[in-house]
Design a protein around this ligand. Structure first.
Ligand code: SF4
Ligand code: SF4
Length: 89
């Protein structure tokens, strides 16, 4: 399982979640070159330990545990996973 960042993050990107993630699996961070060109952040499903720390700090409630992602945003589970697949090649 993993946590997923859904649509509300788009164009918000305040990185509050990055600051609390104990395993640094939310990217891009503000210091990474991709940050400016991406419109949301992504959670790496292979690294996320399901601790839940990120969910309550998101000001726009964009973060959900995978099984709890609302139906209208289910595709974001794939979007987050694919972002890391493409990045890692
Ligand atoms: S659930 Fe925990 S490990 Fe997973 S992205 Fe959120 S803070 Fe990081
Ligand atoms: S805390 Fe929420 S809005 Fe901010 S970057 Fe993380 S997912 Fe996006």
């Amino acid at each position: 399982m993993t946590y997923v960042i859904a649509e509300p993050c788009i164009d918000v990107k305040d990185t509050a979640c990055v600051d609390v993630c104990p395993v640094d699996c939310i990217h891009p961070t503000k210091t990474e070159p991709e940050f400016e060109k991406e419109n949301k952040l992504y959670i790496d499903p292979e690294e996320c330990i399901d601790c839940g720390a990120c969910e309550p700090v998101c000001p726009v409630e964009a973060i959900f545990e995978e099984a709890a992602v609302p139906d209208k945003w289910k595709h974001f589970t794939r979007i987050d996973a694919d972002w890391f697949k493409n990045k890692k090649g």
